[in-house]
Structure formats: C-alpha cells, structure tokens
Design a protein around this ligand. Structure first.
Ligand code: PMV
Length: 322
C-alpha cells in the first residue's frame, strides 16, 4: 500500500526578523509550490530517500539530529505507533534556503504521510508543533511562523507567544515571487541581526517596532481587500529590512525593477541576504513586471494568488500557539 501527502510553501508578507523579537508578522501560504512525501509499505526496514539532497539511507543509519530522521521519529512518538516497514520518498518543488519554507513544508508532508500510514489524522496545530521542533534543528531559534502557516495553509497573523490567528482575505490579491538565485541560510541572517541589535539595541527596537506596525497595517489591508495600501506597506517594509542590514544590492534591484514596471508593492521576503522578492501586482501587469524582474537577474519568477476568503465564524479564528 502507498500513501501520499503534500504541504505548501509559504512567504512572509510583512514582519520578518522583527517577529523573532515579539513583533507581529503576516505570512501566507504559497499553494502553487509544494513538497511531497510518499510512503510505500514493503517488507524492508524503513528507509528515507530524498533525491534532491542525495539521501538514500535506512532510518537506523541516520543520527538523532538529522532533521528528516528526527521528524520521522518524533511523528511516530506523537502518533503512538511503531516504525512501519517501507520507503519514505521526499520531493519538493520549493527552492531551498530562499525564504519559501521548503524545510517546514518537507517536514509537514512527512508528518502527514506518516499519520496517513498509521490510519490517523493529526490536527494542524499538532502537525505545526512537531514541525516546530524540526525547525529548531534547521534554524536554532525559529519564531514559529513557518510551521504555523504551512500546517494551516491559510494566511496568518503571527506573534510569538500568542495564539496565531487565521486571517480572512477581502479581495483576490496577486503576487509575483522572484528568486534572486542566491541561497542564504536563515540562521546566518538572523545571527547577523542579533549581533547588530546587541551593538545598538535602541535603534533596532525602533526599527522592529516600525516593521511590526507595518504588519498591523498590512493585516487590515489584507482583510479589507486593499491591494494598493497593502503594496505600500510592502515597499516601506523593504526599506526597514534594508536598515537592519538584510537586503542586498541584487534584492534592491529586483524591488526597484518591480516598482518601475508598475508593481503596487515589493519587498524581499524571509531572512534575506538572498532568497526571494515578493511583488504585489495587478494581473494585467504580470507580463511587464515579470520581464522586468527577469531582466534584473531573477532566475525564476512564480505567480501566486490569495483568493478572497470569509472570516471564520465569530471573527478571526484563534489557533493554539505552535
Ligand atoms: O525561513 P525564512 O527565510 O522565511 O525566514 C524566517 C523569517 C525570520 O523572521 C527571518 C526568522 C523567523 O524565525 O521568523
């Protein structure tokens, strides 16, 4: 018997880095890019194959801190089930180390496929909790935003230590995601911000507060369906991320190119120092913005949309903290 599960990518619309220090962030699912986990039951001992990273090994040969092995072992503990015999194959169309949540998506797909193989369904908050533990291996001090948005596959308002909230989307909003082609480790960018903050806490507190305020405003524009104003907050946020030292000339060029070609907003997204730029674009301008991004050295451009959704009953739906 075979089982298959998937998980979406994610992108941070507003609030990265400041979210690590307790300020709010808005993150949204990228349903157009997914990670997959396939589990084929067989008589042979459990093995993991992840062709993209050249992994093909029996689980028992992998150390406890290997992220995929940890994810499998922790999932089985939570599911109160023993190791099934068979092969787990992990594939992903989400670019790695580029702010699109590839690690959290792979982990989420693994948790889901193991639950399916065990004949169980885990609620999103339980999936999110397991994935958060794996994220700690990847990033050291993750805020929890990636695992939350990916496990729920809904736009979220996230603030460390508080219950995440699922957000309604007031009108369809369209984006282009431009990959700079530069891979960057979240741990490295977050560590650099931490050092600069230690050297000048007052300045950084002010910048983080500004980023957090933009996330609060962005939330309102997302919910009321106001792409123009949401776009403005994105341009402003990019300026703040520049001020905390996580943009690069290449990312700045992509943002300027999107702006010049008529995007309503654009910013780098995620940890920065590489990775992706997200541009809010009226679909009528997709072609011109996309070609401007490619002319400015984007190695790939993805289209994504947030469809309008209704607020959950009783307003914004709270979720247990990840
Ligand atoms: O993994 P990325 O590149 O999406 O970055 C995560 C966002 C940060 O705010 C920089 C870190 C975090 O843990 O929230």
């Amino acid at each position: 018997m075979t089982h298959r599960a998937s998980a979406c990518g994610k992108i941070i619309l507003l609030g990265e880095h400041a979210v690590v220090y307790g300020f709010p962030a808005i993150a949204v699912p990228v349903r157009e890019l997914r990670a997959w986990a396939d589990f084929a039951e067989s008589r042979s001992p459990f093995r993991i194959e992840a062709p993209a990273i050249g992994l093909d090994a029996p689980l028992e040969d992998l150390p406890a801190e290997h992220p995929l092995a940890f994810c499998v072992r922790r999932s089985l503990e939570i599911l109160h089930t023993t190791l099934p015999a068979g092969c787990l194959t992990v594939t992903s169309e989400i670019p790695v180390a580029s702010g699109l949540g590839s690690g959290a998506a792979v982990s989420t797909a693994i948790v889901r496929v193991l639950a399916s193989a065990a004949g169980q369904t885990l609620p999103p908050e339980e999936v999110s909790r397991i994935v958060f533990e794996v994220e700690r291996i990847y990033h050291g001090t993750p805020s929890g935003v990636d695992n939350t948005v990916i496990a729920h596959e809904r736009p979220i308002y996230f603030r460390r230590g508080l219950e995440p909230q699922i957000l309604a989307v007031g009108a369809a909003i369209h984006f282009l995601i431009a990959d700079s082609g530069v891979r960057s480790e979240t741990r490295h960018a977050v560590g650099g911000v931490r050092e600069r903050r230690q050297a000048d806490p007052a300045r950084y507190e002010g910048l983080f507060k500004f980023i957090g305020d933009l996330a609060e405003q962005g939330r309102e524009y997302l919910e009321s369906g106001d792409p123009e104003m949401l776009g403005r907050t994105m341009f402003e946020c990019h300026g703040m991320l520049d001020a905390i030292g996580v943009t690069t000339p290449g990312l700045d060029r992509l943002v300027a190119a999107a702006r010049g070609a008529g995007a309503l907003g654009a910013k780098m997204s995620g940890a920065g120092l590489g990775g992706n730029v997200i541009a809010l674009v009226d679909p009528q301008r997709f072609a011109s913005v996309e070609s401007a991004l490619r002319d400015s050295a984007a190695v790939a451009v993805y289209r994504m949309a947030l469809e309008p959704s209704h607020p959950p009953l009783g307003g914004t739906e709270p979720l247990p903290a990840a």
